[in-house]
Design a protein around this ligand. Structure first.
Ligand SMILES: NC(=O)c1ccc[n+]([C@@H]2O[C@H](COP(=O)([O-])OP(=O)(O)OC[C@H]3O[C@@H](n4cnc5c(N)ncnc54)[C@H](OP(=O)(O)O)[C@@H]3O)[C@@H](O)[C@H]2O)c1
Length: 244
């Protein structure tokens, strides 16, 4: 296995095993690619009907088909993994997000680095400040989506409450609005939503994935819930690169 990158730097993932829960989605496939680039041995969990979306990685990753809240599937997939990256999504009204998070928290080996995705709508503490428009939109969207039984945002909130309360080495990466496009580099982050550095509210999905993978090796992010924004957005350029 090649252990040196094109720039001559040693790849941080060499000799380490990493599981991606929700590997077949848009964010998940970027996570797989970046984790492979970093030298990790990669295993992925995705729904049976979505395994085909990972065909491009055939022979390079091991796939465990199944729902991400299936505890038996998660237990097998995370076995002996040094890190688990989880795409946390609140689909349906059967506690999919909290079931997924709980399975990862319960089955990952002690000391594994656990990194979860979610949006800015998840508050870490009272220092997160949301504009009135954001709060109204989130409340209306959340209620309608739950009524239609499509999405249960409250369950993603519950999933994160459990993660924040756990004594694992977790990081919850709170994403801004996302867009496709080439990488602009590692996103800028803040401890608190409402920080002016985040005002542009846009991140490339490829860079969101990069932030999650690189969080595995960044001890400063253990038990943090960084809210991220694209490095080249106007607010990031204006307010610099520092945690608030
Ligand atoms: N979209 C945004 O603007 C945005 C903004 C901020 C934060 N985020 C966060 O970013 C992460 C990725 O979100 P994304 O919007 O970019 O989507 P995504 O990467 O395409 O991920 C969607 C995930 O949900 C799964 N999924 C879709 N329908 C499902 C169903 N009915 N039942 C179970 N699983 C289902 C997909 O699996 P399959 O491949 O099996 O369909 C995939 O793993 C999430 O944690 C989200 O909270 C997104």
């Amino acid at each position: 296995m090649e252990s040196i990158g094109v720039d001559g730097a040693r790849k941080p993932g060499v000799g380490k095993k990493l599981c991606i829960v929700g590997a077949s989605g848009k964010l998940g496939r970027y996570l797989v690619q970046h984790a492979l680039n970093q030298g990790y041995e990669v295993v992925g969990v995705c729904r049976e009907q979505s395994v085909h979306k990972l065909a491009g990685f055939a022979g390079r990753i091991t796939v465990f088909p199944g729902a991400t809240d299936d505890r038996a599937v998660i237990a097998r997939a995370v076995d002996e993994c040094d890190a688990v990256l989880t795409v946390l999504v609140p689909w349906g009204v059967d506690h999919y997000a909290s079931g997924t998070a709980q399975a990862v928290l319960d089955h990952a080996r002690p000391g594994a680095r656990l990194v979860f995705s979610c949006g800015w709508h998840i508050a870490r503490d009272e220092k997160d400040v949301y504009p009135r428009k954001f709060k109204i939109y989130a409340a209306v969207f959340g209620r309608l989506a739950k009524l239609a039984r499509v999405v249960d945002v409250d369950d993603q909130v519950e999933a994160c409450r459990r993660i924040f309360a756990s004594d694992t080495d977790w990081t919850v990466v709170r994403g801004s609005d996302l867009e496709e496009g080439d990488s602009q580099g590692l996103p800028v982050w803040s401890r608190h939503v409402g920080d002016p550095v985040l005002a542009s509210n846009l991140t490339r999905r490829v860079d969101y994935a990069r932030f999650m993978v690189e969080a595995v090796e960044n001890d400063a992010l253990v038990r943090e819930a960084p809210a991220i924004v694209g490095r080249l957005t106007p607010s990031a350029l204006a307010h610099g690169d520092r945690p608030a």
